[in-house]
Design a protein around this ligand. Structure first.
Ligand SMILES: Cc1cc2nc3c(=O)[nH]c(=O)nc-3n(C[C@H](O)[C@H](O)[C@H](O)COP(=O)(O)OP(=O)(O)OC[C@H]3O[C@@H](n4cnc5c(N)ncnc54)[C@H](O)[C@@H]3O)c2cc1C
Length: 228
């Protein structure tokens, strides 16, 4: 229960410049970086982004630019990403093979409203892309979603942004998996230290959260295990 993840949908726009995401560009890019220290390999791949506020106290949507998309040889990609999805998935033991891999069902976009909100972000991106200020970057026609219907487009192109959290939720209630000191309820010597303890997905990418959890866990374990 409580598997939460950020799902995003791409807007891909044809560009007059060759996408550096193309494999044929890699050697030139590597040489440029080696000798001049600049170019695509000096980039973090997604230099620009923004968060859009909505009904929550924190952002509802993130817009991320990916100038090095490999979805098309001459294109840039901007993604609309849902920050607070209502849809929640499950991770369960496979009853036919209990010691094998778990069954993971993310249930993306099953809650009413999630798909509409994601498509709102897509529309915002479309309006940004068409602004005169971006013309000098050579953006031309839209490749995705293009003429696809919203539902069909999301089914084919929405994807995870790799931020799964929540399946060992921390809390003080009986249904939470770990207590506020990260110890698994009902067991004496088992703690969970990763993003699965997050009760509700943050409106942010999740690497920093994992580091904070690990730092806090180190303090907790020093106290609880070693009395330091
Ligand atoms: C492709 C990709 C790109 C990402 N980009 C970004 C980004 O740009 N910015 C950002 O903030 N976040 C990013 N993230 C998310 C970020 O990496 C994760 O949120 C973070 O690493 C989660 O940390 P974690 O400790 O919870 O899990 P993990 O980092 O997945 O660590 C889990 C560890 O447990 C180990 N393990 C698994 N099963 C067992 C087992 N049975 N026994 C023992 N060990 C086990 C695994 O080997 C792994 O080392 C990205 C994730 C992916 C996949």
């Amino acid at each position: 229960m409580n598997l939460q993840d950020h799902i995003g949908a791409p807007v891909v726009v044809q560009s007059t410049t060759l996408s550096p995401g193309r494999k044929s560009q890699w050697i030139a890019a590597a040489l440029r970086y080696l000798f001049l220290g600049n170019g695509v390999m000096s980039s973090n791949c997604c230099e620009a982004g923004c968060f859009l506020s909505g009904q929550h106290n924190s952002p509802d949507l993130e817009i991320l630019t990916l100038f090095q998309t490999n979805r098309h040889p001459h294109a840039v990609e901007l993604a609309s990403i849902l920050m607070h999805p209502e849809s929640k998935g499950t991770v369960t033991i496979n009853p036919h093979n209990p010691s094998g891999p778990p069954l993971i069902d993310p249930q993306y976009l099953t809650a009413p409203g999630d798909a509409d909100l994601l498509l709102t972000g897509v529309e915002r991106i479309r309006s940004i892309v068409n602004r005169p200020a971006l013309r000098r970057f050579g953006l031309t026609s839209e490749i995705l979603p293009g003429s696809m219907e919203g539902g069909e487009f999301l089914r084919d192109h929405a994807s995870t942004y790799h931020h799964p959290v929540g399946t060992c939720r921390m809390g003080s209630d009986d249904l939470s998996v770990v207590d506020p000191r990260l110890k698994v309820r009902g067991l004496n010597n088992l703690w969970v230290v990763d993003n699965s303890i997050i009760p509700a997905i943050p409106a942010a990418h999740t690497a920093a959260t994992a580091i904070v959890i690990a730092e806090k866990a180190a303090d907790i374990l020093k106290k609880d295990l070693f009395r330091v």
